[in-house]
Design a protein around this ligand. Structure first.
Ligand SMILES: [Zn+2]
Length: 76
């Protein structure tokens, strides 16, 4: 995987994704990603982006403040 910003190598890692919906904040931990070794840019694969959207959609109807979700629980 190459960084889209600087073209350097990106290595497998995990990150914390934060989605601010205004009325509520959804924090998803342990999200698999690639991290650029040069500029620390975070890159998600298409699958991960879809899964994150699913999690946010589901969480939106269930929370009204701040929610911390573990990605691995949903992805399993
Ligand atoms: Zn980079």
């Amino acid at each position: 995987m190459k960084c889209m910003k600087c073209g350097a190598d990106a290595v497998k890692s995990t990150t914390t994704d934060v989605t601010d919906l205004g009325a509520c904040l959804i924090i998803i931990r342990n999200v698999p990603c690639y991290r650029c070794t040069e500029c620390a840019e975070i890159i998600y694969t298409g699958d991960t982006v879809r899964k994150l959207e699913e999690i946010v959609e589901r969480a939106k109807s269930e929370i009204n403040d701040i929610s911390v979700i573990d990605y691995m629980r949903y992805a399993a």
